[in-house]
Design a binder for this molecule. Structure first.
Ligand SMILES: [Zn+2]
Length: 138
């Protein structure tokens, strides 16, 4: 038996309670309307939050993509710096600038180690050839 049927039954059995029952019925209807409103507000809020969440997911995806790209570029630069250090015979860890370096104890400035011939030919020899050409022409 639902609430309204119960109220009707009570009203039939106890007519003297009609006013109180009417108030109860009104209270029940107001309460139900308010719950419907709250549900509508909740739905609206939920939709907005879901939209915001989706938007944030897209932003995060973009940030993550940029981060991965930067990470790759950084890794390429590190590899190139290591090769360049080997080309000039410098310590790839500190280039001779850190007395606490476990590899060279701060002695690994360019020329400290034997240069790696492959990287020397790749990075240094073209510069020396260019300088030679410039000096011969002057
Ligand atoms: Zn070092």
């Amino acid at each position: 038996m639902d609430f309204n049927s119960l109220l009707e039954q009570l009203q039939t059995q106890r007519p003297e309670l009609a006013d109180s029952l009417a108030l109860l019925r009104q209270y029940q209807n107001n309460k139900k309307e308010k719950e419907d409103d709250d549900t509508a507000v909740d739905m609206d809020r939920e939709e907005k939050l879901t939209a915001l969440l989706e938007k944030q997911k897209e932003i995060n995806k973009g940030i993550l993509h940029q981060f991965r790209k930067l990470e790759r570029n950084y890794q390429l630069l590190i590899e190139q710096m290591d090769q360049f250090a080997e080309a000039v015979g410098a310590c790839p860890e500190c280039w001779g600038e850190d007395s606490l370096c476990n590899s060279c104890h701060g002695r690994g400035k360019p020329g400290y180690y034997q240069p790696n011939p492959t990287y020397f030919n790749m990075y240094i020899r073209p510069v020396l050839s260019k300088l030679k050409t410039i000096n011969n022409n002057s």
